[in-house]
Design a protein around this ligand. Sequence first.
Ligand code: ZN
Length: 242
Amino acid sequence: MKKILIGMIAMLFSVLALAQNGNTKLKFTKISNTIYSYTTYHLFSGNPFPSNSAYLVTNKGVVLFDTPWDETQFQPLLDSIEKKHNKKVIMCIATHFHDDRSAGLEYFANKGIATYTSKYTKELSVKNGNKIAQHTFEKDTVFNVGGYRFETFYPGEGHTRDNIVIWFPKEKFLYGGCFIKSVENNSLGNIADANVEAWDESVIKLMEKYPSPKYVLPGHFKGSKGNKALKHTLKLLQKNGD
Ligand SMILES: [Zn+2]
């Protein structure tokens, strides 16, 4: 009896450890009643580096904005969303060609999810050997899915030449992706494909387009209220130009 009990306790601990382990790989944050963000981690220079994506829950199903960076989390993400909201993922839009946005496009398409990027992103993905979406849009596009409206906006070159953002007019939520830097991040990050000369002008254009966001989520590290992250990104760029 004692042995069985010890065995059971050991099993319980390993299950708990697994659950905890799972949590550190895929973390969910509620932004509004219908919008969530999640974070996955990818080894970068030997250390786990966090990456944010978002999703919208509609009557027709769930829309993803970007894919997990960590490919071990493609299926766990779909499973967790289905369990949490009792809805299937039906659509995914990636906001630029880097793999922290696009890695899961092919996997999701194979699961019957309609995948989208801008035409420009597709061109750069092809050139760089990254995953491509099934569908493309050429200009800023308004999507209406299951009673919800959101729009893509191309502010100009910045983190990459193709980076777009997503705006949710009802919530005044701006999904900035890697074009926007978190207030807790004091570096411009990976600028290998950036246009740091044009980036500040593009941020100003974005601030003019959406002057009063309630909440802004960047591609990495935490989001913030109001336009703090936009101002912070501008400051980093101006410092960089000095
Ligand atoms: Zn990124």
